[in-house]
Design a protein around this ligand. Structure first.
Ligand code: GLU
Length: 320
């Protein structure tokens, strides 16, 4: 097991540019920054933009502009996953070939199968596992059918059976007939977040992963992928409570969480730290506030916490 007291810490914030930064993603950015910086580590920013249908460069620019305005300065260059597609395809088609297979199930055909087999216990009943379909189809990765564990610094011991809970996950969508862009990898099939995140964390030597609790169920399948690729299991995980609105819905682009863009940086930092149950902070320039936040950071109040209910940004920031 990695000893983070002797190994330099490398943390990261890895937003998907499917919308502008909102309070939920701001809280993740600030927590990951403070946890990495308190350990005198590096804090990287990675744009997870492999999903060309949902991601847009204008959101990447907005997110980075907000981070800069908030004084959240990253170390090194921003990594854009869309610029490394060849790496993901190569690892999938070479190193992961033996544990992956083509699948031609559609949502509709899966639903029909499940209706006809109501006792199926698995999310994906492995319909295509022995069909030997070509790799032009969607590619699924075999998930083990046994209980696995990992330790989360905030949520404790987490266990799960990846075959029962996620099933063989799709790591690449089917190849499309015609390329929408001139890049050579555009028609190779869209790489799923699950594969790219594991590869990048390893290639960037990330050893501290701070993110929302909504991703916790995906961590065990990600550990499986890392193991298939012989990446060392060297991450410390912190899954933060998720922010929910008064209706109990997770704050996300889907619930139309408000962009933070038009609100002043000092108020946003103060509010995010309050939501993260941190000691009070003096209002100042963003960079000075973050320095204080890093010194004071204490994750004990977040331990075992799963949700934080929030009001509208306007009310939280007490803006008339
Ligand atoms: N890109 C993911 C998101 O924006 C986060 C990935 C991660 O932190 O592992 O939800």
């Amino acid at each position: 097991m990695l000893n983070l007291s002797t190994t330099p810490v490398i943390g990261r914030f890895a937003p998907s540019p499917t919308g502008a930064l909102h309070l939920g993603s701001l809280v993740t950015a600030i927590a990951s920054y403070c946890i990495a910086k308190q350990a005198k580590g590096k804090w990287l920013v990675r744009i997870e933009d492999t999903d060309t249908e949902r991601c847009h460069p204008k959101f990447s620019d907005l997110i980075l502009a907000d981070l800069e305005r908030l004084g959240l300065h990253w170390d090194g260059n921003v990594r854009y996953q869309s610029r490394h597609l060849d790496t993901y395809h190569a690892l999938l088609d070479e190193q992961l070939k033996a544990v992956s297979y083509g699948c031609d199930c559609s949502r509709k055909s899966l639903r029909t199968y499940q209706l006809a087999h109501p006792n199926t216990q698995y999310p994906y009943p492995r319909i295509c596992v022995h069909k030997r379909l070509s790799r032009d189809h969607a590619i699924r990765l075999v998930m083990p059918n046994n209980l696995m564990l990992f330790f989360d610094q905030l949520q404790g011991v987490i266990s799960g059976n990846p075959q029962r809970e996620q099933g063989d996950i799709v790591v690449r969508r089917r190849r499309i007939g015609r390329s929408f862009s001139n890049t050579p990898t555009a028609n190779k099939g869209m790489i799923n977040y699950m594969l790219a995140v594991v590869i990048d964390d390893a290639l960037q030597s990330v050893n501290q992963i701070v993110r929302g609790l909504d991703i916790l169920p995906l961590t065990i399948p990600q550990l499986v992928i890392a193991d298939y690729l012989n990446f060392p299991p060297n991450q410390h995980y912190y899954h933060l409570p998720i922010l929910v609105n008064a209706q109990g819905q997770k704050l996300s682009k889907q619930t139309l969480a408000e962009p933070i863009q038009s609100y002043p940086a000092p108020q946003l930092i103060k509010t995010a730290l309050q939501l993260l149950q941190q000691p009070p902070i003096d209002m100042d320039k963003p960079i000075t506030m973050l320095e204080q936040a890093v010194c004071q950071w204490n994750h004990t109040p977040l331990q075992g916490k799963q949700r934080i209910e929030v009001d509208s940004l306007q009310n939280l920031l007490a803006i008339p």
